[in-house]
Structures are given as structure tokens and as C-alpha cells.
Design a protein around this ligand. Structure first.
Ligand SMILES: [Zn+2]
Length: 342
């Protein structure tokens, strides 16, 4: 077990430009051998992870650590987009290929669909994206509009945030809000007050990437408070344990937000192991790592626990548009400690 300190500017993906952040990195790295016995019997649900950026190894390790289902919010893929077609392909992969790929590793995949705040600043393209969103948000497995909200807190971000809140209301879908890392407190308050102004029921809104500064207000106003356990930047898992000790489990959920930056798709099982070590009750752990996310996103009518609570059977012979994930009839590897790769 070790704690790392790393220059925050090295981590530019989900949380770019941390210069105004005073947060201290406190992520605890745990080796599989150190935590697997602690989390035996737990099932985990990661309500925010960008699997499009992850590898098959990640899927295998996640399945082995007890992650049975995930939600993949539509987000920024890093490379600036040159046209609408790449949005179409991206949304299609979230409801299609990635869902299939995940199933091949025994993990149920859901997604939220939206135009993210960063890309809302390209008005011409954003208008085009708004026109095609209704083609995707009603598809099977879409459990919300997300992730939307503020990044730089510009006027255009506000414009498309408001438009998408209306879209969510009309479609009766939960909303997953990305809160900005710069000037977070103000951005979070603004996101919530605009959601309320549009008449959204706060119990349908998941405010993400919270920290010690924002959690109280989010919970007091009746929203879900999600926390991203993201190494070196937002929220380390030691701090997360303290938040659960202070605020309890109601309406709190944990996610990894693992994407193409330095991030950890096993953030939830590792944090759960830390909670076990710190004497937090299994019921509380289950709520913040599994049940609360299900409760929040099941409002979409698209999420049924019976689809994954006992694991999903993957059929290696299945194909998606004629393509298989497990080429040549391979099987996902199950024993992470085996030295042998047959
Ligand atoms: Zn994200």
C-alpha cells in the first residue's frame, strides 16, 4: 500500500487544469492480493466509467473484483471533433458495440447520452448534436441524459445545459451532471439552481464529482451526490471513507470516472475494501457502491437489477454485426493471479 503525490497538471483528462484546486491527492493504491478477501461477497455498480477508453484487461479485472454493471456517460473523447458524424458513431458505440463488448466479459453496460459541457462551446456543432440526441436517448439501455453541465461555465455551456434539462424532463430520464473542477463550488450551486428552475425533481438528478466543499449542499437540497475516486486529483478513497463516516450512505454514490487519463477502473472495489478496513458496515458499503446508483438510474425504466444481480452469462459465440470480441473463440481469463497465459 502506498500513497502517491503527483503533479496534478500531469492529469489533463476529466479534470484538466487543477491550478485553482487545493485538493491533496490521497488515493490509496491497493494490490489485488491486499483487498480481494475484504470485498468477497460484494457486488459493485460503477455509475460513471468511460469504457470506450478501457481495455479488455480492465473488463476482466473489473468482473473479477465484483463489478457487475456499469454506466458509461457520453463525454469528450479528447480529440476535437470535426463533425457530426463522429458524434453519431460515438453514441452508436455506447448503445451498441460497447454494450456488446461489456457483455462478453459478464458486465451489464448502460449509458447516459448527452452533449458534454466542453463540446457545448462549439455552437454550430452543438446545434447539430441537439438535433440528433432524440434519436439516441430512447434506445434500450439509456438510463439518463449525461454527462452534462458546466466546465468553463460559459454562456454556451449554460444554453446547452438548459436545453438538455428540458430534453430530460420531456423524456422522463434522470440527469447526470458533471461539475466543473475550476470554481467547483459556484459551478455546482449554479448547476443545481438551474435544474430546480427548470422544474426537475432533485431526486432525478445525480450531481457528480463532489468533494468536501459541495457534499452538504447537494444532499440538503435533495440531489444525489456522486463522488469520483480519481487518483491524484478529485477525491482519494481515504477522504471518501471520511465523507461516508460523516454523512452516512443516503443518496451518496461512488464511481471511478475511469477514462483515457490516469484513472482506475477498480476504484470502487478498492474503496470498498478500505471501508471494510475502517469498520464501515456492509449495509452502508453496499448502498454507496451498488444500491444507491441503481435506485437513482432505475427511474429511467431501463435498468432492472434482475438483469445483472446474479451475474450475466456471456456467450463467446455471440457476434455484433458479424464481429466477435473474443477472437477465435477465446475465453475471458478468470484467474488474475495465474502466471500462465495459455
Ligand atoms: Zn465522465
Amino acid at each position: 500500500m502506498c500513497e502517491k503525490k503527483i503533479d496534478q497538471s500531469n492529469n489533463p483528462s476529466h479534470f484538466e487544469n487543477q491550478s485553482e484546486s487545493k485538493e491533496i491527492p490521497t488515493h490509496v493504491d491497493l494490490q489485488w492480493d491486499e483487498y480481494k478477501t475484504k470485498i468477497q461477497g460484494f457486488k459493485f455498480f460503477d455509475p460513471h466509467i468511460h469504457m470506450v477508453s478501457r481495455t479488455t484487461d480492465d473488463y476482466q479485472n473489473m468482473a473479477q473484483a465484483g463489478i457487475v454493471a456499469v454506466i458509461e456517460p457520453a463525454f469528450w473523447v479528447g480529440q476535437p471533433r470535426t463533425g457530426l458524424a463522429t458524434f453519431k458513431d460515438y453514441y452508436s458505440s455506447l448503445v451498441g458495440w460497447e454494450r456488446f463488448r461489456s457483455s462478453q466479459f459478464g458486465i451489464k453496460h448502460y449509458c447516459t447520452i448527452g452533449l458534454n459541457s466542453r463540446e457545448a462551446n462549439n455552437e454550430r456543432l452543438a446545434d447539430e448534436v441537439m438535433e440528433i440526441l432524440p434519436l439516441y436517448i430512447y434506445k434500450e439501455g439509456v438510463v439518463g441524459i449525461g454527462e452534462i453541465g458546466f466546465d468553463d461555465q460559459t454562456e454556451l455551456e449554460e444554453k446547452y445545459y438548459r436545453l438538455q434539462l428540458e430534453l430530460a424532463k420531456g423524456a422522463k430520464l434522470p440527469v447526470q451532471i458533471h461539475t466543473p473542477h475550476r470554481d467547483k463550488k459556484r459551478g455546482t450551486e449554479r448547476s443545481m439552481s438551474i435544474a430546480l428552475e427548470h422544474g426537475l425533481d432533485p431526486s432525478w438528478v445525480i450531481v457528480d464529482h463532489n468533494n468536501e466543499e459541495t457534499v452538504k449542499s447537494v444532499l440538503d437540497q435533495g440531489f444525489y451526490a456522486a463522488f469520483t475516486i480519481y487518483p491524484f486529483t478529485k477525491m482519494g478513497n481515504k477522504r471518501m471513507v471520511s465523507i461516508v463516516e460523516e454523512y452516512g450512505a443516503e443518496k451518496i454514490m461512488i464511481n471511478s470516472s475511469a477514462d483515457w487519463g490516469i484513472s482506475d477502473p477498480l476504484a470502487i472495489p478498492k474503496t470498498a475494501a478500505l471501508m471494510v478496513s475502517r469498520g464501515i458496515s456492509p449495509d452502508t458499503i453496499r448502498k454507496v457502491t451498488y444500491e444507491n446508483a441503481i435506485e437513482a438510474f432505475a427511474k429511467s425504466g431501463q435498468l432492472d437489477v434482475s438483469d445483472f444481480e446474479n451475474g450475466i452469462m456471456s456467450d463467446p459465440s455471440n457476434k455484433f454485426h458479424g464481429n466477435s470480441v473474443l477472437r477465435g473463440g477465446q475465453q475471458p481469463k478468470r484467474d488474475q493471479n495465474s502466471l500462465f497465459i495459455d
